[in-house]
Write a protein that binds this ligand. Structure first.
Ligand SMILES: Cc1ncc(COP(=O)(O)O)c(C=O)c1O
Length: 425
């Protein structure tokens, strides 16, 4: 006979006996930095938010809990699901640590964690839209969001309409009786159009719709959507929270009103994020403030230096006073990240591709690749052929630059190399 057969307590991993004490004892040294102390600077808070070392033997980082099954101590507790963790898809100490940190940054009632930034857009849209509903999506939206709306949402019977990013309170003129969601993204993808978020939120709420925002560019350090009337804030944590181009993750944070439905959507769909990825993003948050300071400084120096340079028709960066949406950026945002675009000076549309390719092929430091927010600089041609309202600039091809952590002078020299090659193409 198996030795454990007569010993159910052992078989149940000791869950019926006294639980191990993972935490510190009452009276032990209190944590010096409480994460919700708003008097601390953002880098102090980023260094300590999320988990509390006192909960897990004092280790400064939370455990990476890889889990599907969670055991219950007895049938009654199992039936009532009466314990903090019940199943891997419903959360673990690792996901809780990251979600708590994001909630603190966003000022949200709750955050769900999903496997990519695109999932962070598609899941709330699926959760809040039904057949027969109308959704308004900003025309300067991230292209895969448009693809999702034009394919999946339309197939499910949702009426999809794109609106001009310049609409503020006038969003009311395109609202319908069945408009349920207004999706914003400010600044817009690739061309950086700024939106009047408070005016849009006010008009959308008056008409009974909720407002979602893809806030990936600013991160909650430079713009907190919920403070400006947005109901659901979306982030591709793949970008700045990760910071190292080695992990995909999305976060969706909601206010009190929307969080229950958002959470139900996640539970219904089962698209939960992997524990190692959550851990990596929480680690990234610790340094995100200092990295962003550097991204911001270098990108702005380059943007300023490129304005008026031969071969550059326009620089699309919201923090430049010459940029059309600059006033909105200045009013609502408290910083700019490291992603902006330049429009090459090439009025002949037949030459756009040759000039853009010559520019990209001459670069030695900038890599040619998608995504952004990492430590390394990247360049890519912005394809704006999907736009219906916020059309592509006429002056020439748009090159999007992701400014990494390299030295400004080296990056400027690289861009100048690209401009020289474009000029002689
Ligand atoms: C504005 C924006 N939102 C969402 C995403 C999607 O993020 P992910 O690459 O993690 O799917 C991206 C990716 O480039 C993006 O630029």
């Amino acid at each position: 006979m198996c030795a454990n057969a007569s010993s159910p307590l052992v078989f149940r991993h000791g869950l019926n006996s006294v639980a191990p004490d993972l935490g510190w004892q009452t009276g032990d040294r209190d944590k010096d930095v409480t994460t919700n102390d708003k008097s601390h600077g953002i880098n102090t808070r980023l260094a300590h938010m999320g988990n509390d070392p006192r909960d897990f033997f004092g280790f400064v980082n939370p455990p990476v809990v890889r889990a599907s099954t969670v055991l219950f101590p007895n049938a009654d507790r199992m039936e009532r699901r009466d314990q903090q963790y019940t199943y891997g898809t419903k959360g673990t100490p690792t996901t809780d640590a990251l979600a708590a940190a994001i909630d603190e940054l966003e000022g949200s009632a709750g955050t769900i964690l999903v496997p990519s930034g695109l999932a962070a857009v598609s899941i709330p849209l699926l959760g809040f839209l039904s057949a027969g509903d109308h959704v308004l999506i900003v025309d300067s939206v991230y292209f895969p969001t448009r693809h999702f709306a034009d394919t999946m949402l339309r197939r499910l019977g949702v009426e999809v309409e794109y609106y001009d990013p310049a609409l503020g309170a006038d969003i009311a003129t395109v609202m319908k009786s069945n408009t349920k969601v207004v999706l914003t993204e400010s600044p817009g993808s690739n061309t950086f159009e700024m939106q009047d978020i408070p005016a849009i939120a006010k008009a959308a709420h008056a008409a009974g719709a909720i407002v979602m925002m893809d806030n990936t560019w600013a991160t909650p350090l430079f713009f907190r959507p919920l403070d400006f009337g947005v109901d659901i804030s979306i982030h591709a944590a793949t970008k700045y929270p990760s910071g190292h181009s080695d992990v995909l993750l999305g976060t969706v944070s909601a206010n009190e009103r929307c969080f229950p439905q958002l959470k139900d959507t996640l539970f219904a769909m089962g698209v939960c994020a992997a524990p190692d990825d959550c851990y990596t993003i929480l680690r990234g948050l610790r340094t995100m403030g200092v990295r962003l300071e550097r991204h911001q400084k270098t990108a702005l120096a380059l943007a300023e230096g490129l304005e008026g340079k031969a071969g550059v028709a326009r620089v699309l960066h919201p923090a430049l006073p010459s940029f059309p949406g600059h006033d909105l950026w200045k009013r609502d945002f408290c910083g700019a990240s490291g992603l902006f675009s330049i429009v090459l000076d090439c009025p002949d549309a037949h030459q756009h591709k040759a000039k853009a390719h010559a520019f990209l092929d001459a670069l030695r430091i900038f890599g040619l690749g998608y995504s952004w927010g990492g430590y390394e600089s990247l360049a890519v041609i912005a394809n704006l052929s999907d736009r219906t309202v916020a059309k592509a600039p006429k002056e020439g091809p748009v090159i999007r630059l992701q400014i990494g952590l390299e030295d400004t002078a080296d990056l400027m020299a690289d861009i100048e190399r690209g401009l020289a090659a474009a000029a002689s193409a």
